[in-house]
Design a protein around this ligand. Structure first.
Ligand code: DX5
Ligand code: ZN
Length: 223
């Protein structure tokens, strides 16, 4: 599986999201952070804005739901035409049922873990997933410092995912930058969210390409 860079628009100009997405033509997808002020102490955007983004771009949409009760709300984001829907396991009442429902709606199913949530209890259900999102900061805000403590979990998640015999992406989110992306890739991540690193760069599209090439260089065989 090739390395994918999916920039987060959390630190982009919310009054001009179409234009902001247009600045990163090299991105492999657009990571959209949905926060409800309950699961995390921040409030961002919801379904109507995701529908508006869908209408403005053909890029793959990667929706990261940091919300309570994803069992109830996540399917609507698949129905809105987003390619990948990520729910948090800490918030899901029935993660297997939800993952199956998302796939039945034609979306890729993805499950996120906060930094302190272990992967092992979910080993037997990973085959239900197309992607695992490992948070490398506490969710809620962009611009935080990368947590190196998560690196061993990236390694274990990669092993457990490979054991299923299926192609499961491992995405990292939080503090991913030119400083940290190589160690994530070495540990087994193949999909990288970068918010402030991309949108605070002078040339966001050049940064997308630089990040991808650093990830590829860290794992020469993964190309
Ligand atoms: C944080 C979000 C991230 C965030 C990443 O809760 O899930 O997607 O926007 O931003 P940076 O790359 O600045 O840490
Ligand atoms: Zn995110």
């Amino acid at each position: 599986m090739g390395m994918k860079i999916t920039p987060s628009i959390l630190n982009a100009d919310f009054a001009n999201l179409g234009g902001e997405i247009g600045r990163i033509p090299s991105a492999d997808g657009i990571h959209v952070d949905v926060m409800d002020n309950h699961f995390v102490p921040n409030l961002t955007l919801g379904l109507p804005v995701v529908e508006a983004i869908r209408a403005t771009t053909d890029k793959e949409l990667d929706i990261h739901l940091m919300i309570e009760d994803p069992d109830r709300w996540a399917p609507a984001f698949a129905e809105a035409g987003a390619e990948t829907i990520t729910f948090h396991v800490e918030a899901a009442a029935a993660p297997i049922r939800l993952a199956r429902e998302l796939r039945a709606l034609g979306a890729k199913s993805s499950m996120a873990l906060k930094p302190a949530t272990p992967i092992e209890p979910y080993a037997e259900m990973l085959a239900e997933l197309d992607m695992i999102l490992l948070m490398t900061v506490e969710p809620g805000f962009g611009g935080q410092k990368f947590l190196d403590q998560v690196l061993p979990k990236i390694r274990r998640a990669r092993e457990l995912a490979d054991r299923t015999g299926q192609q499961i992406r491992i995405q990292v989110d939080g503090g991913v930058s030119v400083e940290t992306i190589a160690r994530c890739a070495e540990a087994g991540a193949d999909t990288f969210v970068a918010g402030s690193a991309v949108y605070r760069a002078e040339d966001p599209d050049a940064m997308v390409n630089e990040l991808r090439s650093l990830a590829e260089k860290a794992v020469p065989s993964a190309g």
